[in-house]
Design a protein around this ligand. Structure first.
Ligand code: NAP
Length: 287
């Protein structure tokens, strides 16, 4: 029971991590859900020997608990496990926005608590299994919780990034910008392409190489070297033409273009955009 692993939650993160841990020989014995049939489906996906259980059964089965439930459920789950008699052992959660104290009800019962947060976007369990190996995990934990978090990271072939609890908001905001904000930017780009008559799969295919190469160039060389386009060229007339089109688009699309362009002006200043050239681009953005 001490080293046996119990997983709480049946979402894509719980199922993908559970499956990867099972495949690599970690002793995952049970998955707990509020719903019997969801627990059974998750157990079958994770692997042989994983039991589908309710919260009340976990304390008797596992001494290491990985809580991968929706953020708003973390406190309730910790309270339910504490009420079920869980004490001692280790509990980790996978939310990058909350510290170990999200599981305070368990810490109060002598359980060492921590965070092991995958820096990956997980849309479905299958995609998670395919894309969680080798990623970086934010780890905010001490003692036995840190030890188990690092063990999980090694088991899935990833890298551990040790984080102090007071740095979690900045760290998580960075992750959200890299993933969710990119979704917003791509959505706005697709809306603009639709305005140009390029829609659906055609637009995704057309933009794909541009998006991938931009991400690769930026990560490999840094934003200052990777930036191309009208802002860094000081091409105020082109920016003004874009702003004119944005007037007919949803206001949030225009706001995103403008906010991004303002940040690009700062980046471009490191490449020499200054003085009248910079002012002309700023004026074009103001419309
Ligand atoms: N998805 C991602 O890309 C991603 C990436 C990094 C980290 N995370 C973090 O990983 C955790 C799980 O993410 P996810 O996307 O897999 O979650 P999710 O699909 O939103 O929810 C996972 C499970 O949580 C349980 N749940 C939902 N509301 C609950 C509540 N109020 N009380 C108790 N349980 C509740 C449900 O399981 P049952 O109904 O079966 O009980 C649900 O299937 C979250 O903390 C999230 O922030 C997610």
């Amino acid at each position: 029971v001490t080293t046996s692993i119990g997983i709480v939650g049946t979402g894509p993160v719980a199922q993908a991590l559970g499956c990867l841990l099972c495949r690599r020989g970690a002793p995952v014995v049970a998955v707990a859900s509020r719903d019997r049939s969801r627990a059974e489906a998750a157990a079958a996906f994770m692997g042989r020997g994983v039991q589908a259980v309710g919260y009340g059964d976990l304390p008797g089965l596992a001494g290491r608990i990985l809580v991968a439930v929706a953020d708003q459920g973390l406190g309730l789950v910790a309270e339910a496990l504490a009420a079920a008699g869980l004490s001692g052992g280790v509990a980790l959660h996978t939310c990058g926005a909350r510290g170990p104290d999200a599981l305070a009800a368990l810490a109060a019962r002598g359980t060492e608590c921590g965070v092991v947060h995958p820096l990956q976007t997980v849309m479905t369990r299958e995609q998670g299994v395919a894309s969680l190996s080798g990623v970086t995990f934010g780890v905010c934990a001490g003692g036995g919780a840190k030890q188990w978090a690092n063990e999980i990271v090694v088991t899935v072939g990833g890298h551990a990034l040790a984080l102090d609890v007071d740095r979690l908001p900045a760290y998580h905001a960075g992750a959200v910008m890299a993933s969710n904000a990119l979704v917003g930017v791509l959505d706005a780009a697709l809306a603009m392409m639709a305005r140009a008559g390029v829609e659906g799969p055609d637009a995704a295919r057309a933009l794909g190489p541009l998006v991938h190469t931009t991400v690769e160039n930026t990560l490999a060389n840094g934003p200052v070297a990777a930036l191309t386009g009208p802002v860094v060229r000081g091409d105020a007339a082109t920016v003004a033409a874009h702003v004119a089109v944005l007037r007919d688009m949803p206001p949030t699309v225009g706001a995103l273009y403008t906010a991004a362009a303002r940040r690009l002006i700062d980046i471009a200043s490191a490449r020499g955009l200054a003085g009248a050239g910079r002012r002309a681009v700023e004026l074009a953005l103001e419309g």
